[in-house]
Ligand binder design. Structure first.
Ligand code: GRF
Length: 215
């Protein structure tokens, strides 16, 4: 297998199931995870990195006296590693404008809702409470607008009668684990990029709500 030259850094805060999906998929894909960075000491995702011999580090946001200083330190550490792409995977920090501008167009995030519906947290319960018939996942470029960056891909799941938050979250998570590695590989093969705030896939601007990957 030729050495894949496309490197990503994955940022996590917690369990890292999306990180695990990216690790597993990388073995047969065109990208390599050069490092995992957690803002939370002891995040289980760090164990996942260790198990797969991926270098990891913790930059604890609580040891900085401001958001800006944390973002600066995080950006410096990333620049040191020099990845092609930064992939937020269950990363629960809001990144400021300076950070986003520093890596404009090279930061992806996965969000468990069909954006623009339900930016922020607790998306599954909100969809259930709203009586929605479907929910899902969005992969988007990160801009200074929280969960508001241009959407690349969405994948929907049905909300079933008497669905609990946990059941719905698990159904969405399954889709996340399929979609995220796919989008990363599109970026790694040069098929995907952001231009003037628009998403370009295979030289075509795709619609603001992204493309639905059908099952
Ligand atoms: C997932 O729902 C993801 O969409 C959101 O954080 C949750 C946990 O992700 N960003 P992970 O299991 O830590 O990858």
């Amino acid at each position: 297998m030729e050495q894949s030259h496309y490197h990503i850094v994955v940022l996590i805060s917690g369990g890292g199931t999306n990180l695990q999906a990216l690790i597993d998929a990388s073995k047969s894909s065109n990208y390599k995870i050069s490092a995992v960075i957690s803002n939370k000491p002891g995040a289980f995702g760090l164990q996942r990195a260790k198990r797969s011999n991926i270098p990891s580090l913790t930059i604890d946001h609580q040891s900085f006296d401001s958001r800006g200083n944390f973002d600066q330190a995080l950006g410096d550490a990333i620049e040191e590693i020099g990845p092609n792409l930064i992939v937020l995977a269950g990363f629960m920090r809001v990144l400021g404008t300076d950070f986003v501008n520093r890596f404009e167009g090279r930061v992806l995030n996965i969000h468990p809702s069909l954006l623009p519906k339900y930016p922020g947290i607790n998306t599954h319960q909100r969809a259930i409470d709203a009586g929605d018939k479907e929910h899902g996942v969005s992969v988007h470029f990160v801009t200074a607008d929280l969960d508001g960056g241009p959407v690349i891909v969405q994948e929907s799941v049905p909300i079933l009668k008497n669905d609990t938050r946990e059941a719905l979250a698990a159904r969405v998570l399954e889709k996340e684990h399929v979609v995220y590695p796919k989008v990363v590989s599109w970026f790694a093969s040069g098929r995907l990029h952001m231009e003037a705030g628009k998403v370009i896939l295979d030289h075509e601007e795709i619609s603001p709500t992204g493309v639905f990957i059908h099952p």
